[in-house]
Design a binder for this molecule. Structure first.
Ligand SMILES: NC(=O)c1ccc[n+]([C@@H]2O[C@H](COP(=O)([O-])OP(=O)(O)OC[C@H]3O[C@@H](n4cnc5c(N)ncnc54)[C@H](OP(=O)(O)O)[C@@H]3O)[C@@H](O)[C@H]2O)c1
Length: 252
């Protein structure tokens, strides 16, 4: 069933920059009545508030902080569309045996998986009360197969993908639609060190909105993710072998 954004109230985590900020812009452009822009640092939301006035409300939210999540639920009881966008990539590149992967992985799991899980748990009853609504989880192409350059991040995003499936299955009974988003490289601070063609956050956000409104459960919002998504759906093992081949032929 297609999900219409016009007139809806949304909440976006990690809304102060990158893909999250672009999603807020795209939601307003799609006719959302109100968007709660959630961020760790309220001052970082000034540009969004200036652009959109009263249609955007600032909300403090560190997705790893249980008390801030509870306060966000109390402050935003009218949310109908939850976008779990906040995320970190704590380490890029390094040998498999580098012990720093473990600390980076714990941080990535804490934000990308447990943060998304905790916010979804807290807002699920709100969505139920407001008519079912929808959850959008920003996962990654790295959810579908491991990219060893982002070894631990990929694992955290695979967990986010699994959580997306569970949320879809378990919240269907209350009428909540759940969308997974699997971007390739997007031109944000997170991808600064990645040297390959990148899609703009604005184009990525527009594709996400089109996916939600077109009722596409698995959204591939850029050219690279569309290619990887097709390969994944054709056979996950084939995609793993494709990445393994790229790793084997990379200069040492
Ligand atoms: N860029 C890519 O190539 C790409 C590809 C696939 C998926 N993604 C995913 O897209 C999402 C957005 O990333 P981005 O590319 O826009 O990166 P970004 O520019 O680095 O933005 C990350 C956002 O997450 C917020 N954040 C980090 N930890 C948080 C926490 N504990 N609580 C609340 N917010 C937190 C950041 O807030 P602060 O400013 O306070 O740090 C920032 O707003 C992430 O989930 C990322 O994994 C990105």
């Amino acid at each position: 069933m297609a999900y219409s954004i016009a007139g809806k109230t949304a909440l976006v985590t990690g809304a102060n920059r990158g893909i999250g900020e672009a999603i807020v812009d795209a939601l307003v452009a799609a006719g959302a009545k109100k968007v709660y822009a959630a961020a760790r640092n309220l001052a970082d939301l000034a540009p969004l508030l200036t652009r959109h006035g009263s249609r955007v409300s600032a909300l403090q939210l560190d997705v790893t902080d249980a008390s801030q999540i509870a306060a966000a639920v109390a402050a935003a009881p009218d949310v109908q569309l939850l976008v779990n966008n906040a995320g970190v990539a704590a380490m890029m590149g390094g040998p498999f045996t580098d012990p720093q992967w473990l600390a980076a992985g714990r941080k990535e799991m804490d934000v990308n998986y447990f943060g998304t899980f905790a916010v979804s748990q807290a807002f699920a009853p709100v969505l139920g009360r407001t008519g079912g609504g929808a959850i959008v989880n920003i996962a990654s192409v790295a959810s579908l197969t491991n990219f060893p350059m982002l070894l631990a991040y990929s694992a955290s995003k695979a967990a986010t993908h699994s959580l997306t499936q569970a949320s879809r299955m378990l919240l269907a009974a209350q009428g909540t639609q759940v969308y997974g988003v699997y971007p390739g490289p997007i031109d944000t601070r997170m991808a600064e060190e990645i040297e390959m063609p990148k899609t703009s956050p604005a184009d990525c956000a527009r594709a996400i909105i089109a996916g939600i409104q077109g009722d596409t459960e698995d959204i591939f919002p850029d050219a690279m993710s569309q290619g990887m998504g097709t390969a994944y759906l054709a056979g996950p093992k084939g995609l793993e072998k494709q990445i393994a081949g790229m790793v084997a032929s990379a200069p040492a």
